[in-house]
Ligand binder design. Structure first.
Ligand code: DGP
Length: 221
């Protein structure tokens, strides 16, 4: 068993149930290990100055070039990279609602190249597991609230889903971090069970050192 915390990332389309599942995992882990040993974080973090710019963009109150908003999303992760690292090293498990995979999947769906999208996030703390909550855009659309923000359009979500799947394929090839696809179109209890099974499998199994994400991509270019 590793003494450091486990870094658990939850990803998926809008309305896939990510935030609900992140909350449930956080609660269950806190019950098991204590409140002080588990943290729930979320990207974008809309509370920081960069996060406020992102929030304004997502609510269509401001416009930015696709490249500029992509870099802001990445900077929003880098703002807390060192605190993620020190928490993990101090034995705190982190449950993270969205991470770099959203960064690539959403921006690439606007036509930016995959390699360009990946680059700013290279070197961030690498998750120990990515739980990808997979749902069809049609099913997601039927869930409440869809359509309020900039990216919540069926055609865009379709491209985002394909990009997530491409990222999953690449993760499986490189085996850099473990990628678990979960059918999020099922009922809440069933999704919760699948998510929890995946979490239990990885808890405490990680290497002692937190890896830097996607470094091999940098060396290739
Ligand atoms: P949320 O607060 O989880 O509902 O996410 C807000 C929206 O922003 C959602 O449509 C997904 C999108 N998003 C999240 N992270 C990124 C990112 O890093 N880059 C881009 N382009 N979009 C993102």
């Amino acid at each position: 068993m590793s003494a450091r915390g486990t870094f658990i990332v939850i990803e998926g389309l809008d309305r896939s149930g990510k935030s609900t599942q992140a909350g449930i995992i956080h609660k269950k882990l806190a019950e098991r290990f204590g409140d002080q040993r588990v943290k729930l974080i979320k990207f974008p973090d809309r509370t920081t100055p960069i996060g406020k710019m992102i929030d304004s963009y997502l609510r269509s109150q401001s416009d930015l070039d696709d490249q500029a908003i992509h870099l802001l999303f990445s900077a929003n992760r880098w703002e807390v990279a060192s605190s993620i690292l020190s928490d993990l090293q101090n034995g705190i498990t982190i449950v993270c609602d969205r991470y770099v995979y959203s960064g690539v999947a959403f921006s690439a769906s606007k036509g930016l190249s995959f390699d360009w999208c990946v680059a700013p996030d290279v070197g961030l703390p690498s998750p120990d597991v990515v739980l990808f909550l997979d749902i069809s855009p049609e099913a997601a659309k039927l869930r409440g609230g869809y359509g309020e923000e900039r990216y919540e359009k069926e055609e865009m979500q379709r491209r985002v889903r394909e990009n997530f799947k491409q990222l999953g394929k690449e993760q499986k090839t490189t085996k850099e971090e473990s990628w678990v696809e979960i059918d999020a179109g099922k009922g809440l209890a069933s999704v919760t069970e699948d998510v929890w099974t995946a979490v239990e499998k990885v808890m405490g199994q990680q290497a002692e050192d937190v890896q830097k994400l996607w470094m091999h991509r940098l060396k290739q270019s």
